[in-house]
Write a protein that binds this ligand. Structure first.
Ligand SMILES: [Cu+2]
Length: 143
């Protein structure tokens, strides 16, 4: 009897968590509200497993995709098409580096932190253009 009750409560807690999963909208813009060119806004999202990130093609010619190696172990790579609005639900805790392929060199990047995580040491170990690196570093300062 007690056991059943406990299981029921645990289930309710689980379902409660799912019901409160959030969706974060990220705009892909030619110009941000701070005047910077080629940006994701917001450029940093703090979320928890089960949350969804929705990329909005507010301006044309942008996409959102995981940069090579910039995701937690066991997480799935995602890649949106140019001008495509799409959403992705993330389940693996860690730090995700997202880029717009056409504007990577111009620094169009963003960071998603899933869970209470630190920046991985090798996050910027790959080939990252200077402007993108600068912005990633600023985003990682949020951790
Ligand atoms: Cu872009």
């Amino acid at each position: 009897m007690i056991r059943t009750l406990t299981t029921g409560l645990a289930l309710a807690a689980l379902m409660g968590t799912a019901a409160f999963a959030e969706t974060f909208e990220v705009q892909m813009l030619n110009k941000g509200s701070d005047g910077e060119r080629m940006v994701f806004e917001p450029a940093f999202v703090q979320a928890v497993p089960g949350d969804t990130i929705k990329f909005i093609a507010a301006d044309k010619s942008h996409n959102a995709e995981i940069n090579a190696g910039m995701l937690p172990e066991g997480a799935e790579v995602f890649s949106g098409k140019i001008n495509e609005e799409f959403e992705v639900t993330l389940d693996v805790e860690g730090v995700y580096g997202v880029i717009c392929k056409p504007h990577f060199a111009m620094g169009m990047v963003m960071t998603i932190a899933l869970g209470d995580v630190d920046a991985p040491e090798d996050f910027l170990a790959g080939r990252v253009p200077p402007k993108a690196k600068q912005r990633f570093e600023a985003q990682l300062d949020n951790l």
